[in-house]
Design a protein around this ligand. Structure first.
Ligand code: KG4
Ligand code: ZN
Length: 449
């Protein structure tokens, strides 16, 4: 690998056509990758009147934008096509027709330039986004473009991994055990609507517009988050998606069935780390429009929209924070060293004083002994990594900061511009995967999930 590795990232999974050039260091962990350019062309205006993304329209718009956007990304980075060392492209998950545009463009460039093609998983890229840094040193006026990184003040423990990762976006809400930038174990996810989808649908119900997240956040500032007690989604004993019931080990974007011998530390985990936001959305609908109302029913007279928005936002945010802290609590000591494929997910007894005030969870010694036995080198889990559009939400960010402080955790949050879909996160993770030995070829396929 050359001293500086230049990677072009391409992202077309949903309603943003994006391209970016990222310069990564040669050695992993030495310094964080630098964004040389990051171009995002949003299609939000095209989809607004429909209240959500229309796949056909998205595909056509990507086709029109992809080459100009790549051209612009190169121009802004000050680099030429021939300077590139590799091309990384998001190939899953997303809308098939949309993904195909980016993947076809990336394949063509890789073939023409004779440089490696690296397929990247969009959700993993969201969890990589915090690592990126802007080109210039961050002045205080530029703070908005820097990741918010809260390190443990007392221990000074600096390693971000292993971590519990949360991706909360329009299409996904999933919790991962992130063992390294390229090893992800999915612990659970939504069984119905994603958190961002719930924001979008509730905004639609309240007649606020699309995309709903920023609009709800704005109007919620005038509301009382405690005004309405919406039901807290709890799926611990509810429905379990087959996928979540049997977690997969994701290495790069190769999804490998859980290896023989790998085990969940406790039965019932899968359900424990699942989310469900559809019931909450319906509760808002009935509250705002009346019992058994449909979306077309007009809003009840005299309802307080800011209060509804603030109470809904509060419920979603607290649910996300509590689940992540629960995951941290459950996986407080995990095996850290692992080869890419043959690693196990196993749990050793927690350090005895480890306790989360938020959940109050504390293992008994007998329980801890039962869960011991991994021969692997362990490391305490001390970090939380966040990513995805919903993480732009200020209330959510503040709640996570508070929980991290209380529980003595490192917290890694990308700036808002890197929470929503972008190609810099794809390029950054692409370079990391290249370093880990991943290569794709022209058979690289797209996958919707
Ligand atoms: O990650 P993203 O850009 O695209 C997907 O991969 O889906 O996430 C978009 C989602 C939308 O549902 C949008 O409403 C939500 O992120 N979002 C927010 C905020 N900004 C964007 N949700 C809550 N609060 C926000 N400030
Ligand atoms: Zn996304």
């Amino acid at each position: 690998m050359p001293k500086k590795f230049l990677c072009l990232g391409v992202e077309t999974s949903c309603d943003e056509t994006a391209a970016a050039v990222v310069e990564s260091p040669r050695d992993s962990g030495v310094s964080r990758p630098v964004i040389l350019s990051n171009v995002v062309r949003s299609q939000a205006k095209l989809h607004k009147i429909y209240g959500g993304v229309v796949p056909e329209i998205a595909g056509r718009a990507h086709l029109e934008s992809i080459l100009p956007v790549i051209h612009q990304a190169l121009k802004k980075s000050g680099k030429k096509l021939t300077d590139l060392d590799a091309i990384a492209v998001n190939h899953t998950p997303g809308l098939i027709g949309a993904l195909l545009i980016g993947v076809s463009a990336a394949k063509s460039l890789s073939l023409a330039l004779n440089i490696p093609l690296i397929g990247v998983n969009h959700l993993e890229a969201h969890l990589y986004a915090w690592q990126l840094r802007p080109k210039l040193p961050v002045a205080s006026s530029q703070k908005r473009v820097a990741s918010e990184i809260y390190r443990l003040p007392v221990t000074g423990h600096r390693l971000p991994y292993p971590a519990i990762g949360l991706v909360a976006s329009g299409g996904h809400t999933s919790i991962y055990l992130v063992k390294s930038p390229v090893i992800y174990v999915r612990l659970g996810g939504t069984v119905d609507d994603a958190a961002g989808e719930a924001f979008d649908k509730v905004a639609h119900i309240l007649g606020l517009g699309y995309p709903g997240g920023p609009l709800i956040e704005k109007i919620a500032r005038r509301g009382n988050p405690q005004a309405i007690k919406f039901p807290r989604p709890d799926v611990a004993s509810g429905r379990i998606s087959p996928k979540a019931a049997r977690p997969e080990v994701m290495t790069g974007q190769n999804i490998i069935p859980r290896p023989e011998g790998a085990r969940l530390a406790q039965p019932g985990w899968a359900a424990q780390f699942n989310f469900s936001f559809s019931g909450l959305k319906t509760a808002v609908l009935y509250y705002a429009k009346g019992q058994n109302a449909s979306r077309q029913t007009p809003l009840k007279k005299g309802i307080n929209i800011p209060d509804i928005a603030a109470s809904f936002q509060e419920t979603v945010a607290q649910t996300l924070v509590d689940k992540v802290m629960e995951a941290v609590s459950q996986l407080s000591v995990i095996s850290h060293q692992s080869s890419v494929i043959s690693h196990q997910l196993s749990v050793k007894p927690p350090i005895t004083d480890y306790r989360l005030p938020i959940t109050g969870y504390r293992r008994s010694e007998a329980e801890s002994r039962r869960m011991s036995g991994s021969p692997m080198t362990d490391d305490r889990l001390r970090s939380v990594i966040l990513g995805g559009g919903v993480i732009c939400n200020k209330i959510l960010r503040q709640k996570f900061m508070k929980a991290a402080r209380i529980n003595g955790l490192n917290l890694f949050i990308p700036p808002p511009a890197l929470c929503t879909d972008n190609a810099a996160m794809v390029a950054g993770l692409g370079a990391e995967l290249y370093r880990a030995g991943k290569r794709d070829n022209l058979y690289l396929d797209v996958q919707s999930s």
